[in-house]
Ligand binder design. Sequence first.
Ligand SMILES: Nc1nc2c(ncn2[C@@H]2O[C@H](COP(=O)(O)OP(=O)(O)OP(=O)(O)O)[C@@H](O)[C@H]2O)c(=O)[nH]1
Ligand SMILES: [Mg+2]
Length: 364
Amino acid sequence: MNDPGLLLSSDALLLVRQRVQRVAQVPEHSVRGVTTMPANLPPQYIEAEKEFRSARSPQQKIEALERMLAIMPHHKGTDHLRAELRSRMAKLAQEAERQRSAGGKTQFSTVRKEGAGQAMLAGRANAGKSALLASLTDASARVADYPFTTQLPQPAMMPFEDIHVQLVDLPPIVPAETPGWVRGLLRQADLLLLIVDLSGDPLADLHALLDELEGFRIQAVPPDGSSDDDGEHIPKPAILVANKVDSSHALEIAELLTMEVGDRLPLLTVSATRGDGLEDLRRRIVEALRVVRIYAKPPGRPPDLHRPFVLPRGATVSDLAEEIHRGLPEKLKYAVLWPADRPALRVARGYVLRDRDVIELRGG
Ligand SMILES: Nc1nc2c(ncn2[C@@H]2O[C@H](COP(=O)(O)OP(=O)(O)OP(=O)(O)O)[C@@H](O)[C@H]2O)c(=O)[nH]1
Ligand SMILES: [Mg+2]
């Protein structure tokens, strides 16, 4: 007689193999940006600008602005325009919020960002999104073994060392059933956690998720990859989180999943309920946000080592000054870097900050 365990194992593997073919057919561009960005403002930008002009609702306008920002090349010459578009987006978000409260409708299209970055938990029903939120933060999300338990976005803060990252639990992403506002939230997030279920068919989960993202014009890209834009999709850093590694045969299935998609997206296996892999996941989430923590030292006083300023990787001393106080960069002459166990070092405004630098700003 067949060993029931072995039978189940080979069945599970067969299931996964059947999906291999389908995932192999997922076009490369739906996971990774492919085209390079032209040096000048490309025609897609003009298109997005037209969309912005003809948009009626604040939400549509915000989406058009997002596209313009994503398409715009990054250099000094575009800094001003970039800042202007961001401030318009903030005003439109407020307007959308006002319209929603005035209408009294239960519609959610924004979750105010807090902390070092915002990561959305996206996945099919019962994948364990709420269980993960509950394990990674101190929020008590509703966890249940029936689908569509989560109906509204639920933000909660995940502590990591001396910073916090905002995680947002979402309703399941299911074709034709995903609430419309989820699209806007995913497009505005800093990071996506694509949650799949190792006790089921994770390749099918992933395939369905990528299809839905494609419909939202979102491309899941590795967090350390380039963020080139193909003109149609918003490239969004993503981590694939294979949950329920505690379930039977999960390790074999995880291995196949790694073989299939491990070179396209970073993959972590975890168990929200047993705790496996959660420390690693926390660290990877923070790394994926590509931020640096900077400790400010007031002149003549010790640095505040408990509350770092969090800035995007690549930020300079001038950016830090702007973050501390608007208009401060104009008054800034130079800065002093206080490396541990070494003499202080004078650095210019353009000095690119490194994680955990201690910086003292000096005015004229
Ligand atoms: N064995 C095991 N079960 C888990 C794990 N994580 C979640 N579950 C179970 O899976 C079921 C669904 O969990 P939820 O967290 O509610 O799933 P969800 O993705 O939020 O579901 P929706 O809100 O319906 O989209 C519950 O019965 C959980 O206890 C895990 O790591 N291992
Ligand atoms: Mg849920």
